[in-house]
Design a protein around this ligand. Structure first.
Ligand SMILES: Cc1cc2nc3c(=O)[nH]c(=O)nc-3n(C[C@H](O)[C@H](O)[C@H](O)COP(=O)(O)OP(=O)(O)OC[C@H]3O[C@@H](n4cnc5c(N)ncnc54)[C@H](O)[C@@H]3O)c2cc1C
Length: 537
């Protein structure tokens, strides 16, 4: 096939997929019917797991520099500020990005486009998918360009990243069960002044009205989200003047200029399957839900990374096509949980009536109190930041060593004594083996013969706290999830794992032993000296 992978849709999901594929040596073709990238801020929150994945392709720094760290949540009830919780740096010790980052989606997409162009891949704009045949051996996609000219693109695989109204989803006949909530919401990017325009998040609840005030970068800039009214259509010509503004006025905010205003209905739906034959669904094409927790865009980027390395291995002939069967079960399970959870929270936020009014008044106060407890802060960070997503039930996950299971995100060990952290080797986007402590020559030989980089890291207090077992083997996937965890570090078990799944990770071999150095170093291929395993302390 001239085209290995056709990506339909250049929102954050499609762009992230194209970027990861490019770093993995696969040049995808990426098309979008829109003539220009999006110009409105939409998804504001970028979570730690997304930044960790971006760090692997060198993009995290750009986003962090261009964004704003979440500092605190304030709750206003009937015009009085009733609670404030510090939420900055909640995930210290859990992630190199221990915060929630505010970074508008239009700027985020621009950063992805620039990174992709640096890899020599450009989005083909004004190009719409109008038909798709999903065959046994490849797909035939009918594309229409701006002038009306049509083209047939034959590709080995197609990724439907084409949003909530996905044409790819329609073509493979996947259902999109779920529902639509009654209230019409508004979102407004404003320039404003007042006590609540102070770089923090404010939630105001007042006589059946509520508003969330999100800080944005730039003096006096904020994003307001609230309920416009029950019923009616989101597409109608509605503007700032139609907003009730009771809750806005209660915080004393003086809106001086509205830069962008939009109304929308909130849906909760998950596609009944994420794959046809050679077509996949990702991002909003596969799942949509309320903006509670700012999860939508981040989940789409997670889908993209999950699929990218699997597609790349299959295209490069390093894995059997059955590897692609693991995409749907790994991602659909999380999407279903997410939609169910956001639905429950959303019902609490949006349901009309006096009982719901009372719940709306007390729930945020409970949450701000919970944020003061260190254990609750860590728990909330783990859940919201998406670092707790795991694939333990996946066919790719096997074993447990210490507290780390096959399928877990590789736990982060903060750098000690000037060394790099255990995430640094993930920038290679390669399968790799991590051992905290020492590795036997037999394991080093097995890794070398399989072309697996072996990273021998210090078994210090950080590794112990993160749940690693001394001298155990952790086989890590290109997306930073543990595939196999083996307390015996058995070369035979490693071999059997790869053999059974038909995986032949890349051909280059190296041993990187940083356990005894203060500066990062890459040693030539060699077996580390035989050392008896010291007992765990
Ligand atoms: C007001 C608002 C606020 C939000 N806030 C948040 C938030 O805080 N946090 C969060 O995580 N999420 C948030 N979201 C959701 C977030 O914007 C989406 O989840 C995200 O845009 C999904 O990205 P995507 O790439 O999957 O789809 P999209 O961004 O919808 O991109 C799909 C692309 O496909 C193209 N396309 C469609 N059909 C075709 C076709 N047939 N041929 C070619 N191209 C096609 C479209 O032009 C579009 O560019 C918000 C959404 C809205 C509307």
């Amino acid at each position: 096939m001239a085209t290995e992978v056709l990506i339909v849709g250049a929102g954050p999901t499609g762009l992230a997929l194209a970027l990861w594929l490019a770093h993995l040596g696969i040049r995808a073709r990426i098309v979008d019917k829109a003539l220009e990238p999006g110009t409105t801020s939409r998804a504001l929150v970028v979570h730690a797991r997304t930044l960790e994945l971006y760090q692997q392709v060198g993009l995290a720094g750009t986003l962090v520099e261009g964004g704003l760290e979440f500092i605190a949540i304030n709750v206003w009830v009937n015009g009085k500020r009733r609670g404030r919780a510090e939420v900055g740096r909640m995930g210290v010790g859990l992630s190199p990005f221990p915060f929630l980052l505010i970074h508008p989606q239009d700027e985020h997409e621009r950063a992805l486009i620039a990174a992709l162009e640096a890899e020599g891949v450009s989005v083909e704009r004004g190009t719409e998918l109008i038909g798709l045949e999903d065959g046994e051996r490849g797909v035939r996609a009918r594309l229409r360009r701006g002038g009306g000219a049509e083209e047939v693109c034959e590709a080995a695989w197609v990724a439907g990243c084409d949003g909530a109204h996905s044409a790819v989803r329609g073509a493979i006949g996947a259902g999109f069960p779920g529902g639509t909530y009654a209230p019409v919401f508004y979102v407004a990017d404003v320039e404003a002044a007042g006590e609540a325009i102070n770089g923090e998040l404010h939630v105001s609840i007042d006589r059946g009205d509520f508003v969330g005030v999100f800080p944005m970068k730039g003096k006096g800039r904020a994003r307001l989200i609230g309920i416009l009214r029950e019923g009616g259509d989101a597409g109608e010509e509605l503007g700032w003047d139609d907003v009730r503004k009771v809750a806005v006025a209660a915080t004393g905010i003086d809106v001086r200029r509205v830069n962008w205003f939009s109304t929308y209905r909130v849906h909760h739906r998950v596609a009944d399957r994420f794959r046809g034959r050679r077509a996949f669904l990702l991002g909003d094409a596969a799942h949509i839900h309320s903006p509670v927790g700012g999860q939508g865009m981040n989940t789409g980027i997670g889908d993209a990374v999950n699929l990218s390395w699997k597609l790349a291995m299959v295209v490069r002939g390093e894995a059997d096509e059955t590897l692609l069967d693991t995409y749907e079960p790994e991602r659909i399970a999380f999407a279903r949980r997410l939609v169910a959870t956001t639905d429950r929270i959303f019902q609490l936020v949006a349901r009309p009536g006096p009982l719901a009014d009372r719940a709306r008044t007390f729930a945020p106060l409970l949450v701000t109190t919970a944020f003061r407890l260190p254990a609750a802060r860590r728990y909330l960070f783990r859940v919201v930041s998406q670092i707790a997503i795991e694939y333990r039930a996946s066919a790719l996950s096997d074993g447990r060593a210490g507290a780390v299971h096959g399928g877990d995100r590789l736990p982060w060990v903060p750098p000690e004594s000037g060394e790099e952290d255990d995430f640094a080797p993930l920038a290679s986007l390669r399968w790799q083996v991590h051992v905290h402590g020492s590795a036997s020559p037999a394991l080093a030989r097995a890794c070398a013969s399989r072309g697996l980089p072996l990273h021998v890291l210090r078994f210090g207090p950080g590794a112990r706290r993160a749940g690693f077992a001394r001298n155990a083997l952790y086989l890590v996937r290109p997306d930073g999830y543990v595939a196999l965890a083996d307390p015996e570090a058995s070369p035979e078990r490693l071999e059997a794992y790869l053999e059974r799944r038909g995986l032949q990770p890349g051909p280059l071999a190296e041993v990187t032993d940083r356990s005894r150095t203060t500066a990062p170093s890459t040693a030539p291929l060699r077996a580390p000296p035989e050392s008896p395993a010291p007992p765990d302390t």
